[in-house]
Design a protein around this ligand. Structure first.
Ligand SMILES: NC(=O)C1=CN([C@@H]2O[C@H](COP(=O)(O)OP(=O)(O)OC[C@H]3O[C@@H](n4cnc5c(N)ncnc54)[C@H](OP(=O)(O)O)[C@@H]3O)[C@@H](O)[C@H]2O)C=CC1
Ligand SMILES: Nc1c(N[C@@H]2O[C@H](COP(=O)(O)O)[C@@H](O)[C@H]2O)[nH]c(=O)[nH]c1=O
Length: 376
């Protein structure tokens, strides 16, 4: 049986496909010789600053790059001044490194480029675009700082090794120590993609709105009760995901649109799939037709345990649950979620946000400016 392998930071995870799904069976320290895991306190302030700029640029395109992850890249001169910051905008268009290099070239600054700071290991393969590691080798860049190794099993022997083999200094941020916060943001950018690569299933975000009494049920005649700012956020979250998951009770109560309406930029970006959880399998035909007319491919799911695989098969890397208390209880009980945003509405419209992350600390929710500093 073939053993595909995945790099994760310092780890190599060997996996095989069994009849019941992916099996992980051994974990080895796989950091290539000579690639420095950068755990010391000596990451220059300019590099930290550049990482923040690269993360911010990548976060501007969160969701739009699916099925690719959002990636940011900053190019610096030898004194640590940022020359350009590029981001990957959508699958099939130039990667972040290429964007940053092009910007530098257009401004006549490329000969000053000395350091590249990239949230994700530069690719070393030719997919829809050329290899970024080779594009970096064609510049004067000597130092390359990498937030996270590439978890994509199809890019074995990634750009870090290639750059190092060609004499570049390669630093990979370490998940603990002084770089932990920045490394965590880089992992947050990557979380849905990395989870999908590892499991073939989507990252699942739950969004739950509560009123001041702790109820999820809207006042009579309404479907929402959170502030305008919270509704804007909800629609930006929808826009970032590939699928919305809802349930029979919510459909009967709200006839929800669940499409993206309150967001101006990336107008052509919206979840493709609407997954409807129903035990009976009976969903009103007129609702189904209206959902399809809004652009959704509808999937009716009668077994919630099968939902992650069902969505994964449809290429959904990130899904958001917008359902009532009964379905949320099922999702909670089964651990079928990765992060959970609770929006508590307040009468003066200063809604409160809290985030739970089921394992680890990485969550794409942190990429939304109003949630960046939110704690559990
Ligand atoms: N504040 C908020 O964030 C939100 C609030 N709401 C509100 O919630 C209320 C509706 O909530 P509620 O009545 O709890 O309904 P839900 O939206 O939680 O839907 C419950 C339905 O989900 C289906 N279901 C439950 N468990 C499973 C399972 N294991 N597998 C497959 N399907 C399953 C069943 O559908 P079926 O009966 O078809 O078999 C069940 O009746 C409304 O008032 C709505 O406005 C809704 C969404 C978000
Ligand atoms: N009540 C509530 C939410 N509820 C979710 O939003 C759905 C309505 O979506 P739409 O028909 O597209 O406007 C509703 O059925 C439920 O899934 N969301 C929120 O951000 N805040 C809220 O207060």
């Amino acid at each position: 049986m073939a053993l595909p392998s995945i790099r994760e930071g310092r780890w190599m995870v060997l996996r095989a496909l069994s009849p019941s799904g992916w099996m992980e069976y051994c974990v080895l320290d796989a950091l290539p010789q000579g690639v420095t895991p950068h755990s010391g306190p000596d990451m220059p302030a300019a590099i930290a600053h550049a990482f923040r700029a690269a993360v911010d640029e990548a976060a501007r395109h969160v969701g739009a790059t699916a099925p690719n992850p959002p990636v940011g890249c900053a190019l610096l001169d030898a004194a640590g001044t940022i020359l350009a910051v590029g981001g990957h905008h959508r699958a099939g268009t130039p990667h972040a490194e290429i964007q940053a290099i092009s910007q530098c070239r257009e401004r006549g600054l490329l000969d000053r480029a000395h350091t590249a700071v990239v949230t994700l290991e530069p690719c070393n393969h030719t997919g829809r675009t050329g290899p970024c590691s080779q594009a970096l080798l064609a510049t004067p860049v000597r130092d390359v700082w990498i937030g996270v190794r590439d978890p994509n099993p199809h890019v074995e022997g990634g750009g870090a090794d290639h750059l190092r083999q060609h004499g570049r200094h390669v630093h990979v941020l370490h998940p603990t120590g002084p770089q932990a916060e920045i490394q965590s943001m880089c992992r947050s950018l990557l979380a849905p993609f990395a989870h999908f690569m590892r499991t073939g299933q989507p990252w699942i975000t739950v969004k739950q709105a509560l009123d001041a009494t702790g109820s999820m049920v809207p006042p009579a005649g309404r479907t929402t009760f959170t502030s305008a700012a919270s509704l804007d956020l909800a629609h930006r979250l929808r826009r970032a995901t590939d699928a919305v998951i809802t349930a029979g009770g919510t459909i009967r109560a709200d006839r929800p649109g669940l499409n993206v309406r309150r967001v101006a930029d990336h107008p052509d970006r919206a979840p493709r799939v609407l997954a409807i959880c129903t035990r009976t399998g009976e969903v009103d035909e007129a609702y189904l037709q209206a959902a399809r007319a809004r652009g959704f491919a509808v999937q009716v799911c009668t077994d919630i345990n099968a939902l992650p695989d069902m969505l994964g098969m449809a290429g959904v890397t990130w899904a958001m649950v917008e359902a009532g208390p009964r379905l949320l209880a099922e999702i909670e009980a089964r651990g079928l979620w990765h992060d959970w945003l609770t929006i508590t509405a307040r009468p003066d419209a200063t809604d409160r946000y809290s985030i739970r992350v089921r394992t680890g600390d990485a969550t794409p929710l942190r990429l939304f400016p109003e949630l960046a500093a939110v704690k559990e």
